[in-house]
Design a binder for this molecule. Structure first.
Ligand code: GDP
Ligand code: CA
Length: 302
């Protein structure tokens, strides 16, 4: 069984560790629109979250970075007068330095991602959505334009969101292997990641949406449970785009490409509204509290 999963950060990583425990050949296509250049290195938050979770190295409690990492470098930079709100740990820094070095020597982001995941012992194939730069920018209700990490980390998602843009998307192509891995998959899974800023950029790349529409078996898992995100700004962003903040609202965003949508037990009342969109619905416990819960959800998807 060949599975291709579209993923962002933590919501994606949690389902990927479930898929990784199954007898399936899984490829993950990962969002890169929240990548950033920080302190001279190329940071790929979603690729690194997925890599660290799959390698068993992630700080799963905090949701970002590596377990037991230290923060000597970032603290030293702070003392040099550098803005230190992006708390890149020391070993996390090493990942980003390695990536930056590979990119500087002419490697693609796809190649760098492959080398790093192998070095960290990850079995699953991980492909960045694109080798071309795409950057999420947040237009705030008070008229500012923020880079995604400024909005997300520096301002802790506090500014009101008026607009979400993906700079560079018009010139970006899917990375090599992305379209192929969707076409050849027996099952495509849209992970419960932020529909606007994690899955949104992947779907906005040329050819991806069409390829998913043609695919006969696309299953999504709702990241919205009982009208709220478990963590992060997904609910607020859906609202800002004028979408309904519910499992049905997410289903509507994906309605042209989904064959099945998996919603949480708390959202069984939305079944009918989602079926009206021509999508089959499965209701189950979708809260992945640990690896066993991730495995249960991944098994039920297969
Ligand atoms: P980020 O890049 O780390 O912010 O993470 P993602 O975009 O991958 O995921 C954020 C979304 O994941 C939020 O909307 C959460 O509600 C959702 N999420 C996180 N954990 C779970 C879970 O265990 N189950 C479900 N269904 N959604 C989850
Ligand atoms: Ca992210």
């Amino acid at each position: 069984m060949k599975v291709t999963a579209l993923a962002g950060g933590v919501g994606g990583a949690k389902l990927l560790i479930g898929l990784d425990q199954l007898e399936a050949d899984t490829t993950a296509i990962i969002n890169t629109a929240d990548d950033a250049e920080m302190y001279g290195v190329h940071v790929c938050p979603d690729i690194d979250i997925c890599t660290y979770w799959l390698a068993g190295l992630a700080d799963t409690e905090r949701g970002w970075g590596l377990q037991d990492d230290s923060f000597e470098v970032i603290d030293a930079l702070g003392k040099l007068g550098v803005e230190d709100w992006f708390r890149l740990g020391d070993r996390d820094f090493a990942t980003c330095l390695r990536r930056t070095d590979l990119l500087a020597s002419g490697e693609t982001l796809t190649g760098a991602t492959e080398l790093i995941r192998r070095a960290l012992g990850v079995q699953m194939a991980l492909i960045p959505m694109s080798d071309d730069p795409v950057r999420t920018r947040i237009g705030t209700t008070d008229g500012r334009t923020l880079d995604f990490q400024e909005y997300f980390v520096k301002h802790r998602c506090e500014p009101g969101v008026a607009e979400v843009r993906f700079a560079g998307i018009a010139d970006a192509k899917p990375a090599p292997g992305v379209i192929e891995s969707i076409r050849s998959a027996d099952l495509v899974v849209i992970c419960p990641s932020n529909p606007v800023v994690s899955i949104g950029p992947i779907l906005a790349l040329p050819e991806i949406r069409e390829t998913l529409i043609e695919h006969p078996r696309v299953a999504g898992v709702s990241p919205i449970i009982a009208g709220a995100a478990l963590k992060g700004p997904a609910a607020e962003m859906l609202g800002a785009q004028g979408e309904e903040v519910s499992a049905a609202g997410v289903a509507k965003l994906y309605s042209d490409l989904l064959d099945v949508f998996v919603v949480d037990l708390a959202d069984r009342d939305h079944t009918h509204a989602i079926e009206e969109l021509g999508i089959d619905v499965r209701v189950t416990d979708t809260v992945m509290t640990d690896a066993a819960a991730s495995l249960r959800l991944a098994s039920s998807l297969l």
